[in-house]
Design a protein around this ligand. Structure first.
Ligand code: ATP
Length: 546
Protein backbone atom coordinates (compact mmCIF):
# COMPACT_ATOMS: atom_id res chain seq x y z
CA UNK A 1 0.00 0.00 0.00
CA UNK A 2 1.29 3.42 -0.85
CA UNK A 3 1.20 5.68 2.16
CA UNK A 4 0.26 8.75 0.05
CA UNK A 5 -3.06 7.10 -0.84
CA UNK A 6 -3.97 6.59 2.81
CA UNK A 7 -2.85 10.09 3.78
CA UNK A 8 -4.96 11.54 1.01
CA UNK A 9 -8.01 9.46 1.97
CA UNK A 10 -7.62 10.56 5.60
CA UNK A 11 -7.73 14.20 4.57
CA UNK A 12 -10.42 13.84 1.89
CA UNK A 13 -12.86 11.91 4.07
CA UNK A 14 -12.14 13.67 7.35
CA UNK A 15 -10.04 11.27 9.41
CA UNK A 16 -6.98 13.46 9.96
CA UNK A 17 -6.01 17.05 9.31
CA UNK A 18 -2.81 18.89 9.97
CA UNK A 19 -3.25 21.05 13.05
CA UNK A 20 -3.68 24.79 12.33
CA UNK A 21 -3.64 24.03 8.64
CA UNK A 22 -5.05 27.43 7.64
CA UNK A 23 -1.88 28.95 9.12
CA UNK A 24 0.42 26.54 7.35
CA UNK A 25 0.24 23.77 9.95
CA UNK A 26 2.39 23.04 12.98
CA UNK A 27 4.92 20.28 12.65
CA UNK A 28 4.17 17.27 14.88
CA UNK A 29 0.55 18.17 15.68
CA UNK A 30 -2.53 16.56 14.13
CA UNK A 31 -6.28 17.00 14.40
CA UNK A 32 -8.80 14.19 14.08
CA UNK A 33 -11.74 15.01 11.80
CA UNK A 34 -15.36 13.82 12.16
CA UNK A 35 -14.53 10.21 11.19
CA UNK A 36 -11.06 10.14 12.78
CA UNK A 37 -12.43 11.16 16.16
CA UNK A 38 -14.87 8.24 16.05
CA UNK A 39 -12.12 5.79 15.08
CA UNK A 40 -9.79 6.94 17.83
CA UNK A 41 -12.61 7.00 20.38
CA UNK A 42 -13.55 3.45 19.39
CA UNK A 43 -9.94 2.33 19.89
CA UNK A 44 -9.76 3.95 23.32
CA UNK A 45 -13.21 2.58 24.25
CA UNK A 46 -12.25 -0.92 23.09
CA UNK A 47 -9.07 -0.71 25.18
CA UNK A 48 -10.92 0.63 28.25
CA UNK A 49 -13.64 -1.97 27.93
CA UNK A 50 -11.28 -4.91 27.25
CA UNK A 51 -8.67 -3.97 29.87
CA UNK A 52 -10.66 -2.15 32.59
CA UNK A 53 -14.46 -2.18 32.85
CA UNK A 54 -15.12 -5.38 30.92
CA UNK A 55 -12.52 -7.25 32.93
CA UNK A 56 -14.03 -10.03 35.05
CA UNK A 57 -12.56 -9.63 38.55
CA UNK A 58 -14.11 -12.87 39.71
CA UNK A 59 -12.46 -15.33 37.31
CA UNK A 60 -9.03 -16.41 36.26
CA UNK A 61 -8.78 -15.47 32.59
CA UNK A 62 -7.08 -17.77 30.14
CA UNK A 63 -3.38 -17.42 30.62
CA UNK A 64 -3.58 -15.24 33.75
CA UNK A 65 -1.61 -16.55 36.74
CA UNK A 66 -4.45 -15.64 39.15
CA UNK A 67 -7.60 -13.58 39.63
CA UNK A 68 -6.97 -9.85 39.50
CA UNK A 69 -8.77 -6.52 39.66
CA UNK A 70 -8.68 -3.52 37.32
CA UNK A 71 -9.67 0.10 37.99
CA UNK A 72 -9.20 3.39 36.16
CA UNK A 73 -7.91 6.90 36.83
CA UNK A 74 -7.88 10.25 35.09
CA UNK A 75 -5.03 12.46 36.27
CA UNK A 76 -3.90 15.96 35.31
CA UNK A 77 -1.47 16.71 32.52
CA UNK A 78 0.51 19.14 34.68
CA UNK A 79 1.74 17.61 37.90
CA UNK A 80 4.08 18.71 40.68
CA UNK A 81 7.53 19.19 39.07
CA UNK A 82 9.06 16.89 41.66
CA UNK A 83 7.22 14.00 39.99
CA UNK A 84 9.50 14.32 36.96
CA UNK A 85 12.63 14.56 39.07
CA UNK A 86 11.74 11.29 40.80
CA UNK A 87 10.62 9.52 37.64
CA UNK A 88 13.97 10.28 36.02
CA UNK A 89 12.44 12.33 33.19
CA UNK A 90 13.99 15.58 34.36
CA UNK A 91 17.52 14.20 34.28
CA UNK A 92 17.34 11.44 31.72
CA UNK A 93 14.60 12.08 29.17
CA UNK A 94 16.93 13.44 26.53
CA UNK A 95 17.66 13.10 22.88
CA UNK A 96 20.80 14.41 21.21
CA UNK A 97 20.46 16.97 18.48
CA UNK A 98 22.84 18.60 16.05
CA UNK A 99 22.33 21.98 14.38
CA UNK A 100 23.52 23.02 10.96
CA UNK A 101 25.13 26.48 10.98
CA UNK A 102 24.55 26.85 7.27
CA UNK A 103 20.97 25.62 6.73
CA UNK A 104 19.83 26.53 10.28
CA UNK A 105 18.11 23.15 10.45
CA UNK A 106 18.09 20.88 13.48
CA UNK A 107 18.36 17.09 13.38
CA UNK A 108 18.11 14.21 15.80
CA UNK A 109 21.67 12.93 16.03
CA UNK A 110 20.77 9.25 15.62
CA UNK A 111 18.54 9.95 12.61
CA UNK A 112 21.27 11.38 10.41
CA UNK A 113 23.04 8.70 8.40
CA UNK A 114 25.66 8.80 5.73
CA UNK A 115 28.65 7.17 4.00
CA UNK A 116 32.22 8.07 3.12
CA UNK A 117 33.04 8.94 -0.47
CA UNK A 118 36.27 9.87 -2.24
CA UNK A 119 36.69 11.86 -5.46
CA UNK A 120 39.24 14.29 -6.90
CA UNK A 121 41.67 13.28 -4.13
CA UNK A 122 39.34 14.33 -1.30
CA UNK A 123 37.39 12.19 1.15
CA UNK A 124 34.16 13.41 2.70
CA UNK A 125 31.22 11.99 4.69
CA UNK A 126 27.92 12.68 2.91
CA UNK A 127 24.95 12.65 5.29
CA UNK A 128 21.19 12.55 4.83
CA UNK A 129 17.94 12.16 6.75
CA UNK A 130 16.20 10.44 3.83
CA UNK A 131 14.33 7.17 4.38
CA UNK A 132 16.43 4.02 3.89
CA UNK A 133 14.98 3.38 0.44
CA UNK A 134 16.13 6.78 -0.80
CA UNK A 135 19.39 7.35 1.06
CA UNK A 136 21.63 5.82 -1.59
CA UNK A 137 20.26 7.99 -4.40
CA UNK A 138 20.18 11.04 -2.15
CA UNK A 139 23.82 10.76 -1.04
CA UNK A 140 24.97 10.16 -4.61
CA UNK A 141 23.12 13.27 -5.77
CA UNK A 142 24.70 15.32 -3.00
CA UNK A 143 28.21 13.97 -3.63
CA UNK A 144 27.97 14.71 -7.37
CA UNK A 145 26.93 18.26 -6.60
CA UNK A 146 29.66 18.74 -4.01
CA UNK A 147 32.41 17.49 -6.34
CA UNK A 148 30.84 19.31 -9.30
CA UNK A 149 30.44 16.12 -11.30
CA UNK A 150 27.75 15.21 -13.83
CA UNK A 151 25.55 12.13 -13.27
CA UNK A 152 27.23 10.36 -16.18
CA UNK A 153 30.52 10.62 -14.22
CA UNK A 154 29.08 8.96 -11.11
CA UNK A 155 31.75 6.23 -11.39
CA UNK A 156 34.38 8.82 -10.39
CA UNK A 157 32.86 8.64 -6.90
CA UNK A 158 34.42 5.90 -4.85
CA UNK A 159 32.25 4.95 -1.89
CA UNK A 160 34.49 3.73 0.88
CA UNK A 161 31.99 2.78 3.60
CA UNK A 162 28.47 1.47 4.21
CA UNK A 163 25.83 3.74 5.72
CA UNK A 164 26.50 4.57 9.36
CA UNK A 165 24.74 6.82 11.85
CA UNK A 166 26.26 10.18 12.67
CA UNK A 167 26.08 9.12 16.32
CA UNK A 168 28.96 6.70 15.59
CA UNK A 169 31.27 9.61 14.71
CA UNK A 170 33.25 11.89 16.99
CA UNK A 171 34.41 14.59 14.56
CA UNK A 172 32.22 16.38 12.02
CA UNK A 173 34.94 18.38 10.17
CA UNK A 174 34.63 16.31 6.99
CA UNK A 175 30.87 15.89 7.22
CA UNK A 176 28.56 17.36 4.60
CA UNK A 177 25.32 18.07 6.53
CA UNK A 178 21.96 16.83 5.19
CA UNK A 179 20.99 20.27 3.86
CA UNK A 180 24.41 21.89 3.56
CA UNK A 181 26.71 22.40 0.61
CA UNK A 182 29.89 23.02 2.63
CA UNK A 183 31.78 20.70 4.97
CA UNK A 184 31.88 21.00 8.74
CA UNK A 185 28.69 23.01 9.31
CA UNK A 186 27.18 20.63 11.90
CA UNK A 187 27.56 21.51 15.58
CA UNK A 188 28.65 18.90 18.13
CA UNK A 189 25.63 16.99 19.51
CA UNK A 190 23.79 18.64 22.39
CA UNK A 191 21.38 17.12 24.87
CA UNK A 192 17.78 18.25 24.60
CA UNK A 193 15.07 17.46 27.14
CA UNK A 194 11.91 16.23 25.47
CA UNK A 195 9.52 17.63 28.08
CA UNK A 196 7.50 20.74 27.23
CA UNK A 197 7.98 23.41 29.86
CA UNK A 198 5.36 25.86 31.03
CA UNK A 199 4.88 28.38 33.85
CA UNK A 200 2.10 27.99 36.39
CA UNK A 201 0.34 31.12 37.67
CA UNK A 202 -0.01 34.67 36.35
CA UNK A 203 3.04 35.98 38.20
CA UNK A 204 5.02 32.81 37.75
CA UNK A 205 8.77 32.94 37.42
CA UNK A 206 11.29 30.24 36.51
CA UNK A 207 10.71 28.82 40.03
CA UNK A 208 7.13 28.07 39.00
CA UNK A 209 8.19 26.11 35.91
CA UNK A 210 6.18 22.96 35.34
CA UNK A 211 6.08 20.33 32.62
CA UNK A 212 3.43 18.80 30.39
CA UNK A 213 3.47 15.09 31.16
CA UNK A 214 5.54 12.99 28.72
CA UNK A 215 3.64 9.85 29.84
CA UNK A 216 0.45 9.14 31.76
CA UNK A 217 2.08 6.53 34.01
CA UNK A 218 3.35 8.88 36.73
CA UNK A 219 -0.16 10.05 37.66
CA UNK A 220 -0.93 6.43 38.48
CA UNK A 221 2.12 5.98 40.70
CA UNK A 222 1.47 9.26 42.48
CA UNK A 223 -2.09 8.07 43.25
CA UNK A 224 -1.20 4.50 44.16
CA UNK A 225 -1.91 5.02 47.85
CA UNK A 226 -5.14 6.93 47.18
CA UNK A 227 -6.46 4.09 45.06
CA UNK A 228 -5.46 1.39 47.55
CA UNK A 229 -7.03 3.32 50.44
CA UNK A 230 -10.24 4.23 48.64
CA UNK A 231 -11.21 1.31 46.46
CA UNK A 232 -10.57 -1.94 48.39
CA UNK A 233 -8.35 -3.27 45.59
CA UNK A 234 -6.02 -6.05 46.62
CA UNK A 235 -2.82 -7.10 44.96
CA UNK A 236 -2.64 -8.25 42.18
CA UNK A 237 -4.46 -5.35 40.53
CA UNK A 238 -4.00 -2.86 37.73
CA UNK A 239 -4.78 0.83 37.28
CA UNK A 240 -5.43 2.09 33.76
CA UNK A 241 -5.38 5.57 32.34
CA UNK A 242 -5.99 7.03 28.88
CA UNK A 243 -4.90 10.55 28.10
CA UNK A 244 -2.75 13.07 26.33
CA UNK A 245 1.02 13.09 26.62
CA UNK A 246 3.47 15.56 25.17
CA UNK A 247 7.02 15.15 23.92
CA UNK A 248 8.98 17.85 22.19
CA UNK A 249 10.25 15.42 19.56
CA UNK A 250 13.14 16.86 17.57
CA UNK A 251 12.01 15.37 14.29
CA UNK A 252 8.32 14.49 14.22
CA UNK A 253 7.62 12.40 11.13
CA UNK A 254 5.77 9.60 9.41
CA UNK A 255 2.29 11.09 9.58
CA UNK A 256 1.02 10.74 13.16
CA UNK A 257 3.57 8.05 14.12
CA UNK A 258 5.87 10.49 15.88
CA UNK A 259 3.85 13.47 17.07
CA UNK A 260 4.52 16.05 19.74
CA UNK A 261 1.07 15.72 21.28
CA UNK A 262 -0.41 12.23 21.40
CA UNK A 263 -2.56 9.94 23.49
CA UNK A 264 -1.48 6.98 25.55
CA UNK A 265 -3.38 4.04 26.99
CA UNK A 266 -1.40 2.74 29.95
CA UNK A 267 -1.82 0.14 32.66
CA UNK A 268 0.34 -0.08 35.76
CA UNK A 269 -0.16 -3.55 37.13
CA UNK A 270 0.89 -4.07 40.76
CA UNK A 271 1.88 -7.52 41.96
CA UNK A 272 4.06 -9.43 44.40
CA UNK A 273 7.76 -9.35 43.44
CA UNK A 274 7.99 -13.16 43.30
CA UNK A 275 5.03 -13.37 40.89
CA UNK A 276 6.08 -10.51 38.66
CA UNK A 277 7.75 -12.54 35.89
CA UNK A 278 4.59 -14.58 35.36
CA UNK A 279 2.50 -11.38 35.17
CA UNK A 280 4.99 -9.83 32.77
CA UNK A 281 4.58 -12.76 30.40
CA UNK A 282 0.81 -12.64 30.78
CA UNK A 283 0.55 -8.96 29.84
CA UNK A 284 2.97 -9.30 26.92
CA UNK A 285 0.90 -12.05 25.36
CA UNK A 286 -2.46 -10.52 26.25
CA UNK A 287 -1.60 -7.19 24.65
CA UNK A 288 -0.27 -8.85 21.51
CA UNK A 289 -3.48 -10.82 21.17
CA UNK A 290 -5.54 -7.62 21.53
CA UNK A 291 -4.10 -6.19 18.31
CA UNK A 292 -4.67 -9.49 16.51
CA UNK A 293 -8.28 -9.65 17.72
CA UNK A 294 -8.92 -6.17 16.37
CA UNK A 295 -7.62 -7.07 12.95
CA UNK A 296 -3.87 -6.50 12.63
CA UNK A 297 -2.35 -9.31 10.60
CA UNK A 298 0.03 -11.68 12.36
CA UNK A 299 2.60 -11.36 9.57
CA UNK A 300 2.81 -7.60 10.04
CA UNK A 301 2.91 -7.72 13.84
CA UNK A 302 5.80 -8.79 16.04
CA UNK A 303 6.54 -9.12 19.72
CA UNK A 304 10.18 -8.25 20.21
CA UNK A 305 11.98 -8.81 23.50
CA UNK A 306 14.57 -6.14 24.24
CA UNK A 307 18.18 -7.26 24.38
CA UNK A 308 19.78 -6.79 27.78
CA UNK A 309 21.70 -3.69 26.58
CA UNK A 310 18.43 -2.04 25.49
CA UNK A 311 16.79 -2.42 28.93
CA UNK A 312 16.38 0.55 31.27
CA UNK A 313 18.52 0.20 34.37
CA UNK A 314 15.51 -0.76 36.53
CA UNK A 315 13.85 -3.15 34.10
CA UNK A 316 14.26 -6.91 34.15
CA UNK A 317 12.32 -7.36 30.95
CA UNK A 318 10.76 -5.23 28.23
CA UNK A 319 9.06 -6.28 25.04
CA UNK A 320 7.76 -4.11 22.23
CA UNK A 321 4.76 -4.87 20.08
CA UNK A 322 5.71 -3.65 16.64
CA UNK A 323 3.93 -3.24 13.34
CA UNK A 324 5.35 -3.23 9.82
CA UNK A 325 4.10 0.25 8.91
CA UNK A 326 4.11 0.79 5.14
CA UNK A 327 6.26 3.94 5.41
CA UNK A 328 9.13 1.91 6.90
CA UNK A 329 11.67 0.10 4.71
CA UNK A 330 10.65 -3.48 4.02
CA UNK A 331 11.50 -5.76 6.94
CA UNK A 332 11.46 -2.91 9.49
CA UNK A 333 8.89 -2.53 12.25
CA UNK A 334 7.71 0.48 14.32
CA UNK A 335 6.70 0.39 18.00
CA UNK A 336 3.00 0.31 18.85
CA UNK A 337 3.32 -0.52 22.52
CA UNK A 338 5.97 -1.32 25.09
CA UNK A 339 5.41 -3.79 27.93
CA UNK A 340 7.96 -3.23 30.68
CA UNK A 341 8.73 -5.00 33.92
CA UNK A 342 9.59 -1.94 36.00
CA UNK A 343 10.37 -3.69 39.29
CA UNK A 344 9.59 -1.40 42.23
CA UNK A 345 11.54 1.52 40.76
CA UNK A 346 8.70 4.04 40.46
CA UNK A 347 6.98 3.55 43.80
CA UNK A 348 10.34 3.50 45.52
CA UNK A 349 11.58 6.67 43.96
CA UNK A 350 8.34 8.51 44.74
CA UNK A 351 8.66 7.25 48.28
CA UNK A 352 12.17 8.28 48.94
CA UNK A 353 13.68 9.47 45.72
CA UNK A 354 16.73 7.31 46.08
CA UNK A 355 17.61 4.85 43.42
CA UNK A 356 20.12 2.81 45.37
CA UNK A 357 18.86 -0.78 45.20
CA UNK A 358 20.92 -1.76 48.25
CA UNK A 359 19.15 0.47 50.73
CA UNK A 360 16.08 -0.82 52.49
CA UNK A 361 13.24 1.00 50.73
CA UNK A 362 11.17 1.18 53.89
CA UNK A 363 13.86 3.06 55.79
CA UNK A 364 14.49 6.53 54.50
CA UNK A 365 18.10 7.61 54.52
CA UNK A 366 18.75 10.55 56.82
CA UNK A 367 21.13 13.48 56.57
CA UNK A 368 23.56 14.67 59.26
CA UNK A 369 20.67 16.41 61.11
CA UNK A 370 18.68 13.21 61.28
CA UNK A 371 16.14 14.48 58.73
CA UNK A 372 15.04 12.22 55.89
CA UNK A 373 17.23 12.72 52.85
CA UNK A 374 15.01 12.31 49.86
CA UNK A 375 13.81 13.88 46.66
CA UNK A 376 10.57 11.88 46.69
CA UNK A 377 7.40 12.50 48.60
CA UNK A 378 8.70 10.89 51.76
CA UNK A 379 5.30 9.11 51.96
CA UNK A 380 5.10 5.41 52.62
CA UNK A 381 3.96 3.89 49.35
CA UNK A 382 4.43 0.30 50.44
CA UNK A 383 1.53 -2.16 50.46
CA UNK A 384 0.30 -4.20 53.40
CA UNK A 385 -1.24 -7.57 52.73
CA UNK A 386 -4.13 -7.57 55.20
CA UNK A 387 -4.25 -11.37 55.43
CA UNK A 388 -0.59 -12.09 56.07
CA UNK A 389 0.24 -8.65 57.50
CA UNK A 390 3.25 -8.60 55.24
CA UNK A 391 4.49 -5.22 53.98
CA UNK A 392 6.29 -4.83 50.67
CA UNK A 393 6.72 -2.52 47.70
CA UNK A 394 4.81 -4.05 44.79
CA UNK A 395 6.48 -4.77 41.51
CA UNK A 396 4.99 -3.21 38.41
CA UNK A 397 4.27 -4.42 34.91
CA UNK A 398 3.51 -1.59 32.49
CA UNK A 399 1.79 -2.16 29.15
CA UNK A 400 2.05 1.29 27.54
CA UNK A 401 0.30 1.81 24.22
CA UNK A 402 -0.18 4.80 21.95
CA UNK A 403 -3.74 5.47 20.73
CA UNK A 404 -2.54 7.43 17.71
CA UNK A 405 -0.05 4.79 16.62
CA UNK A 406 -2.75 2.14 17.05
CA UNK A 407 -5.15 4.24 14.93
CA UNK A 408 -2.48 4.59 12.25
CA UNK A 409 -1.73 0.86 12.25
CA UNK A 410 -5.43 -0.05 12.03
CA UNK A 411 -5.86 2.39 9.12
CA UNK A 412 -2.79 1.04 7.29
CA UNK A 413 -3.95 -2.55 7.78
CA UNK A 414 -7.52 -1.74 6.70
CA UNK A 415 -6.70 0.13 3.50
CA UNK A 416 -7.37 -2.00 0.47
CA UNK A 417 -8.25 -1.65 -3.19
CA UNK A 418 -10.36 -4.35 -4.77
CA UNK A 419 -13.42 -4.75 -6.96
CA UNK A 420 -17.13 -4.79 -6.25
CA UNK A 421 -20.10 -5.11 -8.58
CA UNK A 422 -22.08 -1.96 -9.40
CA UNK A 423 -25.90 -1.90 -9.76
CA UNK A 424 -25.66 -3.61 -13.12
CA UNK A 425 -23.45 -6.34 -11.75
CA UNK A 426 -20.38 -4.98 -13.53
CA UNK A 427 -17.17 -5.19 -11.49
CA UNK A 428 -15.74 -1.80 -10.61
CA UNK A 429 -12.64 -0.98 -8.60
CA UNK A 430 -13.23 0.36 -5.11
CA UNK A 431 -11.23 1.64 -2.17
CA UNK A 432 -12.24 0.01 1.07
CA UNK A 433 -11.18 0.31 4.70
CA UNK A 434 -11.59 -3.15 6.17
CA UNK A 435 -11.72 -1.89 9.74
CA UNK A 436 -12.88 -4.22 12.48
CA UNK A 437 -16.59 -3.44 13.10
CA UNK A 438 -15.82 -2.45 16.69
CA UNK A 439 -13.45 0.22 15.40
CA UNK A 440 -15.37 1.41 12.34
CA UNK A 441 -16.48 5.07 12.77
CA UNK A 442 -19.92 4.32 11.33
CA UNK A 443 -21.41 0.91 12.05
CA UNK A 444 -24.17 0.86 9.45
CA UNK A 445 -25.54 3.03 6.68
CA UNK A 446 -29.24 2.96 5.86
CA UNK A 447 -30.44 3.68 2.32
CA UNK A 448 -33.85 3.84 0.71
CA UNK A 449 -33.31 2.45 -2.81
CA UNK A 450 -35.34 5.33 -4.28
CA UNK A 451 -36.59 8.61 -2.85
CA UNK A 452 -40.31 7.77 -3.24
CA UNK A 453 -43.09 5.25 -2.51
CA UNK A 454 -42.63 5.62 1.24
CA UNK A 455 -39.14 4.00 1.19
CA UNK A 456 -37.37 7.01 2.83
CA UNK A 457 -39.86 6.90 5.73
CA UNK A 458 -39.19 3.21 6.38
CA UNK A 459 -35.42 3.73 6.11
CA UNK A 460 -35.58 6.64 8.55
CA UNK A 461 -37.52 4.46 10.98
CA UNK A 462 -34.67 1.90 10.90
CA UNK A 463 -32.10 4.69 11.17
CA UNK A 464 -33.73 6.08 14.32
CA UNK A 465 -33.94 2.68 15.94
CA UNK A 466 -30.29 1.83 15.21
CA UNK A 467 -29.17 5.29 16.28
CA UNK A 468 -30.08 4.49 19.88
CA UNK A 469 -27.13 2.12 20.20
CA UNK A 470 -24.81 2.81 17.29
CA UNK A 471 -23.33 5.56 15.19
CA UNK A 472 -25.26 5.06 11.95
CA UNK A 473 -25.69 7.13 8.81
CA UNK A 474 -28.68 7.84 6.56
CA UNK A 475 -28.13 8.53 2.86
CA UNK A 476 -30.72 8.88 0.11
CA UNK A 477 -28.69 10.75 -2.50
CA UNK A 478 -27.26 9.33 -5.73
CA UNK A 479 -27.16 5.83 -7.17
CA UNK A 480 -27.09 3.13 -4.52
CA UNK A 481 -23.81 1.75 -5.93
CA UNK A 482 -22.14 5.09 -5.28
CA UNK A 483 -23.61 5.18 -1.80
CA UNK A 484 -22.10 1.74 -1.07
CA UNK A 485 -18.75 2.92 -2.37
CA UNK A 486 -18.74 6.03 -0.19
CA UNK A 487 -19.34 3.81 2.85
CA UNK A 488 -16.72 1.23 1.80
CA UNK A 489 -14.11 3.96 1.62
CA UNK A 490 -14.67 4.97 5.24
CA UNK A 491 -14.95 1.43 6.56
CA UNK A 492 -18.69 1.14 7.31
CA UNK A 493 -19.12 -2.62 7.78
CA UNK A 494 -22.86 -2.91 7.04
CA UNK A 495 -25.24 -1.22 4.61
CA UNK A 496 -28.99 -1.71 4.97
CA UNK A 497 -31.18 -1.01 1.95
CA UNK A 498 -34.93 -0.55 1.92
CA UNK A 499 -36.46 -1.46 -1.47
CA UNK A 500 -39.86 -2.19 -2.99
CA UNK A 501 -39.88 -5.68 -1.50
CA UNK A 502 -39.76 -4.08 1.95
CA UNK A 503 -43.25 -2.69 1.29
CA UNK A 504 -44.54 -6.20 0.72
CA UNK A 505 -42.77 -8.38 3.28
CA UNK A 506 -40.98 -5.96 5.62
CA UNK A 507 -37.54 -7.36 4.74
CA UNK A 508 -34.46 -5.29 3.90
CA UNK A 509 -31.07 -6.25 2.50
CA UNK A 510 -27.99 -6.11 4.68
CA UNK A 511 -24.72 -5.99 2.76
CA UNK A 512 -21.38 -6.99 4.23
CA UNK A 513 -18.53 -4.64 3.31
CA UNK A 514 -15.85 -7.35 3.04
CA UNK A 515 -17.62 -10.40 1.60
CA UNK A 516 -20.10 -8.22 -0.35
CA UNK A 517 -22.69 -10.82 0.58
CA UNK A 518 -26.24 -9.51 0.77
CA UNK A 519 -28.95 -11.21 2.78
CA UNK A 520 -32.53 -10.29 3.56
CA UNK A 521 -33.59 -9.80 7.13
CA UNK A 522 -36.75 -8.55 8.76
CA UNK A 523 -36.62 -4.78 9.12
CA UNK A 524 -37.50 -5.07 12.80
CA UNK A 525 -34.41 -7.23 13.38
CA UNK A 526 -31.88 -4.70 12.06
CA UNK A 527 -30.73 -3.53 15.49
CA UNK A 528 -30.15 -7.04 16.85
CA UNK A 529 -28.53 -8.17 13.62
CA UNK A 530 -26.07 -5.25 13.56
CA UNK A 531 -25.25 -5.74 17.25
CA UNK A 532 -24.78 -9.47 16.68
CA UNK A 533 -22.49 -8.94 13.72
CA UNK A 534 -20.35 -6.38 15.55
CA UNK A 535 -20.04 -8.72 18.54
CA UNK A 536 -19.36 -11.67 16.24
CA UNK A 537 -16.38 -9.75 14.87
CA UNK A 538 -18.22 -8.98 11.69
CA UNK A 539 -18.60 -12.56 10.56
CA UNK A 540 -21.30 -12.78 7.94
CA UNK A 541 -24.52 -14.28 9.19
CA UNK A 542 -25.04 -17.71 7.69
CA UNK A 543 -28.52 -18.25 9.09
CA UNK A 544 -31.59 -17.47 7.01
CA UNK A 545 -33.66 -14.53 8.15
CA UNK A 546 -36.83 -15.55 9.94
P1 ATP B 1 9.83 5.65 20.42
O1 ATP B 1 11.04 4.79 20.67
O2 ATP B 1 9.11 5.34 19.15
O3 ATP B 1 10.10 7.13 20.62
P2 ATP B 1 9.20 5.17 23.13
O4 ATP B 1 9.86 3.85 23.36
O5 ATP B 1 9.84 6.42 23.59
O6 ATP B 1 8.80 5.30 21.56
P3 ATP B 1 7.31 4.83 25.20
O7 ATP B 1 7.94 5.83 26.07
O8 ATP B 1 7.48 3.38 25.51
O9 ATP B 1 7.72 5.11 23.68
O10 ATP B 1 5.76 5.20 25.05
C1 ATP B 1 4.75 4.23 24.97
C2 ATP B 1 3.93 4.36 23.72
O11 ATP B 1 3.50 5.71 23.52
C3 ATP B 1 4.70 4.02 22.44
O12 ATP B 1 4.72 2.64 22.22
C4 ATP B 1 3.88 4.75 21.39
O13 ATP B 1 2.76 4.00 20.99
C5 ATP B 1 3.41 5.98 22.13
N1 ATP B 1 4.28 7.12 21.77
C6 ATP B 1 5.47 7.46 22.33
N2 ATP B 1 5.98 8.55 21.74
C7 ATP B 1 5.09 8.92 20.78
C8 ATP B 1 5.05 9.98 19.82
N3 ATP B 1 6.01 10.89 19.76
N4 ATP B 1 3.98 10.04 18.98
C9 ATP B 1 2.98 9.14 19.04
N5 ATP B 1 2.97 8.11 19.92
C10 ATP B 1 4.00 8.00 20.79
Amino acid sequence: MEMEKLVSLCKRRGFLFQSSEIYGGLNGFWDYGPLGVELKRNIKDAWWRDMITGHDDLSVLTGAPAKYQMVGLDCTIIMHPQVWKCSGHYDLFHDFMVDCRQSKKRYRHDQVRGRWVEAKGKKIFVSTTAEAAEEEAETERKALKFFKLRSKNADELSWTSDFVSLSAMSDFAEVLGPDANELGTLTPPREFNLMFKTIVGALGSEDDAAFLRPETAQGIFANFKNVVDSSRVKIPFGIGQVGKSFRNEITPRNFTFRSREFEQMEVEFFCRPEESQEWYKYWRDRRYQWYLDLGLADERLQLRDHDSDELSHYSTGTADIEYAFPFLPSGEFGELEGIAHRGNFDLRSHMEGKLNPNTNPLELETNEHGQPKHRGSGKDLSYRDKETNERFIPHVIEPSAGADRAALAFLCEAYCEDEAPDEKGKMQSRTVLKLHPRLAPIKAAIFPLVKKDGLPELAQQIYRELKQDHNVFYDETGAVGRRYRRQDEIGTPFCITVDSQTLQDKTVTIRDRDSLEQSRINMNDCATEVARRIAGKGKVCSENPS
